[in-house]
Write a protein that binds this ligand. Structure first.
Ligand code: 5AD
Ligand code: FES
Length: 355
């Protein structure tokens, strides 16, 4: 089947849905004119809802200890070269306090699946952040947990949860993960989070090993049906101490293209321009925003641990203080005509009506 790509782009902008075959055609086609059209419509769609606002989320990497062994990830348990650390609750609260002073109103606690952060400990930290800073949102990104655990953390005040689905194809999923991890549990977690009233983020890596164009179109179809409040995508980047060390990185072009497509599929989605994108290109995050993303996530972790939270090689922002990262990103956004806004920046379906 031969598609008119420009027509597909317009169709996506109008009806926010395409067939798997149409997504494949859109992903595969690289003619510069349709790519430009795609980007322009994505930016226009984003602008109609968010103006020139870019939201910031303060990322606190609380532990790189992980019981999982994902084949792509630098902090997988088999990596004996990884120097392990775990922040204390007091250190985490101090990061949040510092972030609050810098204008952050969302804190993302991210870490490996570290059993130290059981419900008591993690719940206590969430409660403290929420009571110290009642005007802030707390986002967790701590992997797969039980329904009861997610429920308890929600009761403690957690507002949002990021759990990338990684790939919407069970077969592909099994090639990226050890056999004890399963696609079905991943999906179950995402549905549990939704049922519990979290604002939920899914997402995937672009250019991960074995990924096909069909896989990417399945990811897009999943986003179209699940309608996540947030969606994290970034290029796969190899880590030297993982089985995927010799695979190539995902590309800037494909990541930006997918950001534009996701914006058109689900206009109000909160879509970060990720650190991984900034790692493969010095202006990657700017280009992500100019493709339709609307969130940046500067690092608030103590500088002493940043280098150790290395999911992939050459990660940026590992030497800078939190205030420097915040400043750097403000300047970068201002240079391209965008303004960082403080405030929780909740997902709201109302935005869909304000277009
Ligand atoms: N390259 C890019 N992204 C990675 N992640 C993990 N390892 C890598 C890598 N090598 C992403 C995964 C995970 C998120 C926290 O980071 O998608 O969900
Ligand atoms: Fe961290 Fe630029 S955003 S140093």
């Amino acid at each position: 089947m031969n598609y008119d790509i420009n027509l597909l782009v317009h169709k996506l902008a109008d009806v926010h849905s395409l067939s798997l075959e149409e997504y494949e055609a859109l992903i595969t086609d690289c003619n510069p004119e349709s790519s430009r059209l795609l980007r322009e419509l994505a930016v226009k769609t984003r602008r109609a809802i968010f103006g020139n606002d870019v939201y910031i989320r303060g990322l606190i990497e609380i532990s790189n200890i992980c019981r999982n062994d994902c084949l792509y990830c630098g902090i997988r348990r088999s990596n004996s070269n990884c120097e392990r650390y775990r922040l204390t609750p007091d250190e985490i609260l101090a990061c949040a306090d510092e972030g609050y002073g810098l204008g952050f109103r969302t804190f993302v606690l991210q870490g490996g699946e570290d059993s130290y952060f059981n419900d008591d400990v993690l719940g206590g930290i969430v409660r403290s952040i929420k009571s110290n800073h009642p005007d802030c949102a707390v986002t967790l990104s701590m992997g797969e947990r039980s329904f009861g655990s997610y429920r308890y953390l929600r009761e403690c005040g957690a507002d949002r949860y990021l759990l990338r689905h990684e790939t919407a194809d069970p077969e592909h999923y099994s090639r990226l993960h050890p056999s004890e991890m399963s696609y079905s549990n991943r999906m179950k977690c995402l549905h549990n989070l939704r049922e519990l009233g979290y604002q939920v983020g899914c997402g995937f890596m672009v250019g991960s090993p074995f990924q096909t164009v069909r896989n990417l179109s399945e990811d897009l179809k999943f986003i179209e049906t699940f309608k996540p409040e947030m969606c994290g995508i970034g290029p796969f980047i190899p880590h030297k101490d993982t089985p995927f060390r010799d695979y190539p990185s995902g590309t800037l072009e494909m990541t930006c293209k997918l950001l534009s497509i996701i914006r058109l599929i689900h206009p109000p989605v909160l879509l970060p321009s990720t650190t991984a994108l900034g790692t493969i290109d010095p202006l990657g995050r700017e280009k992500g925003i100019m493709s339709g993303a609307n969130v940046v996530m500067p690092n608030l972790s103590p500088v002493s641990v940043r280098k150790k939270y290395e999911l992939y090689d050459n990660k940026i922002c590992t030497g800078e203080e939190s205030a420097q990262c915040r400043e750097c990103l403000s300047n970068r956004m201002r240079k391209i005509g965008y303004e960082i806004v403080t405030g929780r920046g909740d997902f709201s379906a109302v935005r869909e009506n304000s277009r």
